[in-house]
Design a protein. Structure first.
Length: 336
């Protein structure tokens, strides 16, 4: 812990949420303002990068002002600004990066470049103030499905990733083929709770030897199943399809994560990313952790989906270690 209180302003704009937050000492969230663009993108069935970038531009400074006023502090109180510089949509990231650069320069305080995925994991440090590394994290979001070993506050080792689609992307695509609104994950969650998991889409979906993930086969199997029913003019059992798809996707995700934790001898497991809001994933993982003697940490849904508090929390640990300070030449990166 640093000797004096450290106030970090976090800025996040990697996809369709413009967010700013003030976090005290990496753990205490003083504000976490999130301007969601979901309504704007819904009619297109997904995020339109150009529209998202333009709306970040409109939202970013009002969101920062609100984050400061909700935290009850002025800009002069800030010690550093942490900003997501990747991975994400380039035109979106650039807005947050440019705003953060301008404010850090004007205030004469450090600019900390922050990895979005590491930020998702750091959400756990806010939700669980006593949690300390080492831990093994499953990042399940719209853009990523990764297992990350957090060795210490500043050492994140990628253990496994997806070879193709991210789990959230497959939820969104399946929802789309079923005619459910964007974002599809929460819709599938809701419908799945009312249905029966009585369809097997991908009997060969098993934990891979290299522990990598792959969701495109399962997604394609669901899409083909729905197309076949439509071609035959048969009724689409939406609830049962959602329940069955969720059972398969989540079962496989949890099995891989648990196998990885056993192989690595990790005891503390953490969940992160938007799909961590999924009720079945939360309950299945909790049950498996209990069975296998792991301690599981799952942040509340508002800290699972994109937000700037997680970025400020991650940035705090870089700041106190004197790492990841960026100059005014910082560029956004779609892939890190
Ligand atoms: O982490 P996030 O907000 O953005 C990325 O960094 O990608 O994750 C968004 C993803 C979307 O794919 C959304 O459908 C999914 O998280 N999601 C869910 C649920 N809530 C959000 N997926 C399944 N069940 C949910 N309850
Ligand atoms: Zn995210």
């Amino acid at each position: 812990m640093a000797e004096k209180d450290v106030y970090i302003l976090g800025i996040e704009s990697s996809c369709d949420e413009t967010s700013a937050a003030v976090v005290l000492n990496g753990r205490k969230c003083l504000s976490n303002v999130i301007a969601s663009q979901i309504e704007l993108h819904r009619r297109f069935g997904g995020v339109v990068p150009e529209i998202a970038g333009r709306n970040h531009l409109l939202a970013v400074m009002p969101v920062v002002d609100k984050a400061l006023s909700e935290a009850g502090i002025g800009m002069d109180k800030l010690d550093a600004i942490a900003v997501t510089y990747g991975p994400g949509l380039i035109g979106c990231l650039l807005v947050g990066v440019a705003a953060a650069k301008a404010m850090a320069y004007a205030l004469g305080i450090p600019l900390i470049k922050t990895d979005h995925i590491q930020g998702h994991i750091a959400a756990n440090f806010i939700a669980f103030p006593q949690l300390e590394p080492p831990l093994l994290a499953l990042v399940a979001s719209g853009g990523h499905t990764s297992i990350v070993s957090v060795e210490d506050y500043n050492t994140f080792v990628l253990v496994s990733a997806t070879l193709d689609d991210a789990i959230g992307e497959s939820f969104d695509k399946v929802a789309r083929i079923l005619g459910l609104p964007y974002p599809g994950g929460p819709e599938i969650d809701r419908h799945g709770r009312q249905g029966k998991a009585n369809i097997k889409f991908c009997p060969n979906l098993h934990v891979r030897g290299d522990l990598a993930y792959s969701f495109s086969g399962l997604k394609t199997a669901v899409v083909n199943y729905v197309h076949n029913l439509r071609q035959r003019g048969e009724e689409i059992p939406v609830d049962d399809i959602c329940a069955s798809f969720t059972a398969e996707a989540v079962g496989y995700t949890v099995d891989t994560f648990i196998r990885c934790a056993k192989e690595r001898g990790k005891k503390n497991l953490a969940l992160a990313g938007g799909v961590a809001a999924n009720t079945y994933l939360r309950s299945q993982l909790a049950a498996e952790c209990e069975k296998n003697g792991f301690t599981l940490f799952v942040p509340p849904p508002v800290l699972c989906t994109d937000n700037a508090a997680m970025i400020a929390a991650r940035g705090y640990y870089s700041f106190i270690a004197g790492k990841d300070e960026a100059g005014l030449d910082l560029n956004a990166k779609s892939v890190l």
